[in-house]
Design a protein around this ligand. Structure first.
Ligand code: NAD
Length: 504
């Protein structure tokens, strides 16, 4: 384990990044910024009050009225400017992500790159918000659909992608003509302040309405206010399934729209024909990367009996050498868990798994450091898919299950409440296609010969079942941020009714 920076060094580094971005931290005692690297507090912050939150939603609703009639390519110009500012401040924002979320440097830079990528995607999209022309059954009629801006989008985000999730929603929502009100995780306020400030700068640069984006720096109570406010047309919420279970019925009760991106319990099937070296790299990144704190983290490995011992042995060797420690060190691959309670949840899950007959074959210990919660990623061989294996524990635990037939592998794979990401390592084309087929993986993301994590922004991102069913980011996910109008235009001089109905 490498030496850790001191809290003062982290504070100075965060302050320097904030200064370069141009953010002034609202000082106060309601919330605090802390770093999982040392587990200590960095700054005290003033939170948004419920009154201010209500006002912010009203301001965003007002800004929407101007923005919705701004031509989409002009809206794209705002997002292009945001993308340029993100390029300029890539390293600064990555510093803040490492400091507050504990991500290793390369992953923090990757997160900002993802933000730049979605901005570029959204700029292109601003000229491609296509509707359809539909064949009309009536002579002299034209049938078409038009996509219009939706309104205020409330974004609730999780700690583990403190900036990228916001940008997926915001870049797309802005070109779709919506205003955005953001309630980020209370664990990552500095990243939110910095991201939001970069957008404020872009807004000022292009002369867009100042209130188009509002940041609510607050705890969950203000998140609930966003959920219940009828002026918020869409609530896009990313976080635990517990959160989604609370949010979804409340938004439904007021007939609002939700886009839910909730927990995952992702699995990889390793077939007997798999290239095991390829599988090894894919598995280690997906299972131990980001210290197991991605929604797409690989949590279950379903391996054919013929190769399981060999693969687990190789994995255990690699796990034994994983550099754990200061995420700013270039050699580190595993940074800290976000809080002590995340480490406690990991320890409790490992205990439960062992009580169910599981055997820890690598890692699992908490390292003896003052401050941050550093753990060795664990591999546990399980005799069956017991309830703890079917639960998302947000920590680096990889459960290994064994199968004999492909059908059994798919059954084990799908027999969990969540449905986010999945993959298969195989050189058997028929097996790969069966995994991707209608009766194969039931997840929103299904991959072949790569791991479960690390999606590109070009595809739609999200999952089924308890993952919530939402889709964000690329492909046609933009449609969730707009409302569809079907238009029938009669350019004849006769009023003909559909289905040949006669009247008058
Ligand atoms: P969390 O559910 O504790 O918090 C997420 C956000 O929801 C926070 O901003 C929090 O303040 C807010 N919140 C919580 N309860 C709320 C309520 N009742 N009403 C309104 N807002 C509420 O999640 P977390 O610990 O920050 O993140 C980890 C979880 O997020 C994991 O389960 C992970 O799988 C999931 N996640 C999913 C995706 C995805 O795209 N599917 C992406 C990232 C994280």
């Amino acid at each position: 384990m490498s030496f850790l920076p001191t809290t003062q060094q982290l504070r100075d580094r965060a302050q320097a990044a904030l200064d370069r971005i141009g953010v002034t931290v609202p000082e106060g005692d309601d919330l605090h910024a802390r770093s999982p690297i040392t587990g200590e507090r960095l700054f005290g912050l003033r939170a948004t009050t419920t009154e201010q939150a209500g006002q912010a939603i009203g301001e965003a609703a007002e800004a929407f009225r101007t923005w919705r009639v701004t031509p989409p390519p002009a809206r794209g110009e705002l997002v292009r400017t945001l993308g340029e500012l993100l390029r300029t401040h890539k390293s600064d924002l990555a510093d803040l992500i490492t400091i507050e979320a504990g991500k290793i440097r390369s992953e923090a830079l990757g997160e900002v790159q993802e933000m730049i990528d979605i901005c570029e995607f959204a700029v292109g999209l601003s000229r491609q918000l296509y509707g359809r022309t539909i064949a009309s059954e009536r002579p002299g009629h034209r049938l078409a659909e038009t996509w219009h801006p939706l309104g205020v989008v409330g974004v609730i985000s999780a700690f583990n992608f403190p900036a990228a999730v916001w940008s997926w929603n915001t870049a797309v929502a802005l070109v779709c003509g919506d205003a955005v009100v953001w309630k980020p995780s209370e664990l990552t306020p500095l990243v939110s302040l910095a991201s939001s400030h970069l957008l404020d700068r872009a807004i000022e640069q292009v002369g867009a309405p100042r209130e188009l984006h509002r940041l609510l720096l607050a705890d969950r109570a203000v998140g609930e206010q966003l959920v219940d406010d009828p002026r918020v047309a869409l609530v896009s919420a990313t976080g635990s399934t517990r959160m989604g279970r609370e949010v979804a019925p409340r938004v439904a009760a007021r007939f609002g729209r939700v886009l839910l991106e909730l927990g995952g319990n992702n699995a990889t099937v390793v077939a007997p024909s798999a290239d095991l070296e390829l599988a090894l790299s894919g598995i280690v990144f997906a299972a131990a990367g980001t210290a197991g704190q991605r929604c797409t983290t690989l949590r279950r490995l379903i391996v054919h009996r013929d190769v399981v011992d060999q693969l687990v042995e190789k994995l255990a060797t690699v796990y034994g050498r994983l550099p754990i420690g200061d995420p700013f060190e270039d050699s580190t691959l595993v940074g800290p868990l976000i809080t002590d309670s995340a480490a406690d949840a990991m320890a409790a899950a490992l205990e439960r798994a062992q009580a169910d007959g599981g055997k820890i074959v690598a890692g699992g210990r908490r390292l003896d450091t003052a401050g941050g919660a550093y753990v060795e990623p664990a591999i546990v061989r399980m005799p069956r898919q017991s309830p703890i294996v079917r639960t998302e524990t947000f920590a680096p635990i990889l459960y290994v299950l064994t199968y004999d037939t492909f059908e059994e592998a798919v059954e084990l794979h799908n027999d969990v409440p969540q449905g986010l990401s999945s993959s298969i390592f195989t050189r058997d084309q028929q097996e790969a296609e069966r995994f991707l087929a209608a009766d194969g993986s039931d997840c929103g993301i299904a991959n072949v010969n790569i791991g479960t994590s690390g999606a590109e922004i070009g595809g739609a991102f999200g999952g089924e079942k308890e993952t919530g069913g939402g889709r964000e980011s690329g492909s046609d996910a933009w449609r969730a941020y707009m409302r569809r109008a079907t238009n029938t235009v009669n350019y004849s001089s006769t009023l003909s009714l559909a289905q040949n109905v006669s009247f008058l």
